[in-house]
Design a binder for this molecule. Sequence first.
Ligand code: PBG
Length: 331
Amino acid sequence: MPAFPRTRPRRNRRTDWSRRLVREHRLSVDDLIWPVFVVDGDVARTPVASMPGVDRLSIAALVDAAAEAAALGIPAIAVFPVIDPSLKTPDGALATDPGNLVCRAVRAVKAQVSDLGVICDVALDPFTTHGQDGLLVDGQIVNDETVDVLCRQAIVQAQAGCDVIAPSDMMDGRIGAIRDALDGAALQQVQIMSYAAKYASAFYGPFRDAVGSKGALGQGDKRTYQQDPANSDEALREVALDLDEGADMVMVKPGMPYLDIVRRVKDTFAAPTFVYQVSGEYAMLKGAAERGWLDGDKVMAESLLAFKRAGADGILTYAAVDVARQLREQA
Ligand code: PBG
């Protein structure tokens, strides 16, 4: 590139039409996955205090919301159940019950909304009294025993109509085991989106408020299975394993503090790569916007565009519906 004054980078930025013409990345509604919280009972919406604008929805309200998301062109939702504490057990047995809340919610959405992908988390934390993602034996999260339960959880969810199984538990070997279990149950068409590089992050706090696993977890943490935020190469090994075991798509989580991981994963594997803008990221942006410290819509749009620039093919964001509406208004 010739030096200044031959080269003047500002020339391309001078007008709106020119900025649009040279723009490298765009956010589209097709990039969005909307995570939603569902709860039993007749109360349509219960706000999550630490996530302004996010409600826990009854199944009926979820169906309406899912229909709205589909109408906006959002490709998929990710359903997270809020389980009544009285139904939680140390072994999270409800996770494998085909009549549990998440399975009933998936059936209701699938029966009434077409052309919308439904993604379900595979992990035991909504169902365990201790709030851990796996089985707790003598103070340890036991891997292989947990994987057996996760396989059964994946099958009941897929049989309820879930399109994409998304293991978020970070046990070793679970992707291959779940793939085999699904195939063995004639569920070969069910996709797997692996939470492949999921970090032991403090940014999950508001999510744990929303699903009620924070109180359960207490002073506990997930550092023996979720990744150390200090590590980057380790994320590539995790992704390699999950792709090898049969993951159709991989995810990096959280998002904004881990854009470097998104870029490395995309460059290294060229696989469908997703990023989760987690509850704490959402809360930071919304909380500051509520106080008037940031322009909420602008910082959200900029954050989501940054995920695209980092190489993400799609983004899980609690703001999906708002953003889809804005994209529609701009179109
Ligand atoms: C549960 C799960 C978590 C999230 C998604 N699935 C929380 C955790 O691992 O403690 C976090 C999502 C968010 O913070 O938005 N396995």
